[in-house]
Ligand binder design. Structure first.
Ligand code: HEM
Length: 201
C-alpha cells in the first residue's frame, strides 16, 4: 500500500516510474508487508491449536497440565518441536557446502525441513514422535529456525501461547473434540483447517 501511494505521488509529479517497475516494486513491497503482518498470526494460532490437540491425544499429560500451569512452558516448547507450525522453508546456497559427505553447490536450492529435524530420532531418541511435556531437551528444537534468520517473533510467540493457554484452561478447563481434525494441505505451514471443540466451564 505504501508503495502504491509512492508510485501515485511519483507519477503525479512527473516521476520516471514506468508501469512495469511499479508493478514489480508493489509486488515486492506488498510481499514484505504481508510477510511481516502474517508471520506471527497463522503460526501462533497453529501452535495454540496444536497444544489443545495434543492434550486430547495425550490425556494424562493434558490433565497434568490443567492441574499445574507451571508445566505450560514445557508444553509450549514440546509442541513447537512436535507440531512445528512452520514445517519448512527454502533457501539457496551462496557457496559450496559440505554436509554429511554430500556437497551442496552454490546456487542450488535447499529445503530446510524443520518438521523432520524436530522428529529426528538421532537427536530426540526413540520417542521422537511422542508429545512429552517433560522432555528435558525440548527447547533445542528448530521450530524458529536458527542463526541470522532466527525468528524475530520467537519470544512474543512463546509468551502469547503461554498466556492464551493459561487463560483458556483457567476459564474452560473442560473441553473436548467433537469431530475430526483436518490439516491445511500445505507444505510450509500445514496448520489446522477444522477442529471442532466444545469448551465447558
Ligand atoms: C509459533 C509461532 C512462530 C513460528 C513457529 C515461527 C517460525 C519462523 C521460522 C521457522 C522462521 C525462519 C527462520 C529461518 O530462516 O531460519 C521465522 C522467521 C521470521 N519470523 Fe517467525 N515464527 C513464529 C512467530 C512469529 C511472530 C509472532 C512474528 C512477529 C510478530 C514472527 C516474525 C518473523 C520474522 C520477521 C521472520 C524473518 C526473520 C529473518 O529472516 O531475519 N514470527 N519464523
Amino acid at each position: 500500500m505504501v508503495c502504491l501511494a509512492q508510485w501515485r505521488d511519483s507519477t503525479s509529479r512527473g516521476g520516471s516510474y514506468d508501469r512495469m517497475s511499479s508493478v514489480a516494486a508493489t509486488a515486492l513491497n506488498l510481499n514484505d508487508h504481508l510477510a511481516g503482518a502474517t508471520a506471527g498470526s497463522e503460526t501462533t494460532q497453529s501452535l495454540i491449536a496444536g497444544i489443545l490437540y495434543a492434550m486430547t491425544q495425550y490425556p494424562d499429560q493434558g490433565a497434568a497440565l490443567l492441574a499445574d500451569p507451571e508445566l505450560a512452558t514445557g508444553a509450549v516448547e514440546e509442541t513447537l518441536r512436535w507440531w512445528t507450525p512452520v514445517n519448512s522453508m527454502a533457501r539457496q546456497a551462496t557457496t559450496d557446502v559440505e554436509l554429511r559427505g554430500k556437497t551442496i553447490h552454490a546456487g542450488e536450492n535447499v529445503l530446510l525441513a524443520y518438521g523432520s529435524a524436530n522428529r529426528d530420532e538421532e537427536e530426540w531418541g526413540d520417542d521422537a514422535d511422542e508429545w512429552d511435556i517433560l522432555r528435558p531437551s525440548a527447547k533445542s528444537h528448530l521450530a524458529f529456525g536458527f542463526a541470522e534468520h532466527f525468528c524475530l517473533g520467537a519470544s512474543l510467540a512463546r509468551r502469547e501461547a503461554r498466556i492464551v493457554l493459561s487463560e483458556l484452561l483457567t476459564r474452560f478447563p473442560n473441553y473436548e473434540l467433537t469431530g475430526d481434525t483436518t490439516r491445511v494441505r500445505q507444505h510450509m505451514t500445514p496448520g489446522i483447517k477444522t477442529m471442532p471443540v466444545v469448551f465447558r466451564r
